[in-house]
Design a protein around this ligand. Structure first.
Ligand SMILES: NC(=O)CCC(=O)C(=O)O
Length: 258
């Protein structure tokens, strides 16, 4: 399965420009891959005070155009996250679009990033999200969720072989980005597809370094700190191979942990 990791430059508050560029990059990726993934809140960036103004539902201009792209190219699109309006609340929400051009799943960020006051602007999600990716069970988490291994464990318990993580992660914590992403892949023996943005916010650069990580922690593709589309192959047979080689899952002792 060929994945396009859209590591785009996000400018806080420049919604029209971000949307125009994000859609163009998604079109480019969709022409060359089976799955396209965008970063976290890529339409608004960290203009958190304005997310209510810019929030859209799945019929809004961003997702409806993503549905057209996916229908035209027959690709899955994980439309990063956008401020997503649902039942009169605004969530930091990721929408998964199937190759038939319909919404296949929605994930609303569970762990809001209190260090930046996200909880003042978004409602928190309270549900995990898995979906069928061409016969493979896949899961989603968003950015700060990466610090909560329990979520990734539960997704693995549900049978996922790949977890997608759109992010807006700063260069200041680049080491954490690498360590946590690889640890989540290694401990669960699953693929992690982590897609970050580039650019800066109030003088603080975003880290980029989007990656596809294999189920033994191998970095199969990694971006730099520039806007780019990374293309990478996920061979899901590697999951069974990693688990045959080292039976971490069977060796767990859950009865002792809680
Ligand atoms: N947008 C985020 O969730 C940022 C998370 C982050 O910077 C961190 O966990 O560190």
């Amino acid at each position: 399965m060929r994945i396009a990791l859209v590591q785009m430059k996000v400018i806080a508050g420049a919604v029209d420009e971000n949307r125009r560029r994000g859609l163009a990059l998604a079109r480019e990726g969709a022409a060359r891959a089976d799955v396209v993934v965008l970063p976290e809140i890529w339409t608004t960036g960290y203009a958190l005070r304005d997310v209510d103004k810019w929030a859209e539902d799945v019929e809004g201009p961003t997702i409806s155009e993503m549905l057209n792209i996916s229908r035209k190219y027959g690709t899955y699109i994980i439309a990063g996250s956008i401020p997503l309006r649902k039942n009169e609340k605004v969530y930091n929400g990721a929408v998964v679009i199937g190759p038939d051009g319909n919404v296949a799943a929605e994930y609303r960020k569970i762990h809001l990033f209190s260090m930046m006051g996200e909880e003042r602007f978004f409602a928190a999600g309270d549900r995990r999200c898995t979906f069928n990716l061409n016969g493979v069970t896949a899961g989603i988490a968003i950015c700060y969720d990466l610090r909560f291994p329990e979520l990734f464990r539960s997704l693995t318990q549900e049978g996922v072989k790949i977890i997608f993580l759109p992010a807006e992660w700063p260069a200041a914590r680049g080491e954490h980005w690498h360590l946590l992403s690889r640890a989540r892949a290694i401990e669960n023996q699953v693929f992690l597809c982590v897609v970050n943005c580039v650019g800066e916010h109030k003088g603080n650069p975003f880290y980029g370094h989007s990656m596809l990580i294999g189920p033994s922690g191998e970095v199969l593709a990694e971006g730099g700190e520039e806007e780019t589309i990374l293309y990478a192959e996920a061979d899901f047979a590697l999951v069974a191979k990693a688990r045959e080689k080292m039976s971490v899952w069977q060796d767990r002792r859950p009865e002792v942990y809680l």
